[in-house]
Design a protein around this ligand. Sequence first.
Ligand SMILES: CC(C)(COP(=O)(O)OP(=O)(O)OC[C@H]1O[C@@H](n2cnc3c(N)ncnc32)[C@H](O)[C@@H]1OP(=O)(O)O)[C@@H](O)C(=O)NCCC(=O)NCCS
Length: 188
Amino acid sequence: MRALAKSAFRGKIGAGPRRSRHCQPGPTHAVVAILKPGPAEFRRMRAEDLDAVAALEVAAYEFPWTRAIFADCLRAGYDCIVLGDGHTIVGYGVLSAAAGEAHILNVCVAPMLHGNGNGRRIVRRLIDIARWQRVERVYLEVRPSNPRAIGLYESIGFNEFGRRPNYYPAKKGREDAIVMAMELLHEP
Ligand SMILES: CC(C)(COP(=O)(O)OP(=O)(O)OC[C@H]1O[C@@H](n2cnc3c(N)ncnc32)[C@H](O)[C@@H]1OP(=O)(O)O)[C@@H](O)C(=O)NCCC(=O)NCCS
């Protein structure tokens, strides 16, 4: 049954099973219940994920990263994770950690699944990965025009650390970046 669920959802981010014209309402509901994907789980991003990740990126951002940037992140050995159920990628995150510091470089959730706690799960997982590497401070940049992301980061414990003027491309000219930081405490 699990294998059937995977193939039914392959390549359709967040899409539910299609209703066949031949299905009667009762049996259809039973099948839908069985085919529902299970809770999404984390795994490392792989080269085979890059097409799906790049497609999700284009759907979620006005100024998306290219597929080549994600490939570079994999090559560079950054911590690249996907949150997914079988072949369905719900979201992903990218973290670069070195010398006691880490940078969250990307956090993204499929637009149709926003507001379900997936963004929070991804950020928390990236923080756990940083903690496992004895990182002491995690940084990230966010657009002032992105209240959803700012709200998420603040609720997790990030605080504004500074600003980078004209950091991002914008529809009209450039937009500043808010730099946020969070200290990680470790057992001695
Ligand atoms: C930012 C993003 C990752 C959040 O993912 P999400 O799955 O929708 O977020 P969650 O459901 O986990 O929400 C977590 C918290 O965000 C905050 N939040 C959500 N929507 C918000 C809004 N409209 N305004 C302010 N805060 C908001 C809340 O604190 C929320 O916690 P709560 O539901 O317990 O109150 C997602 O919107 C996304 O992928 N956006 C496009 C890409 C992007 O902008 N990435 C961040 C780049 S810095």
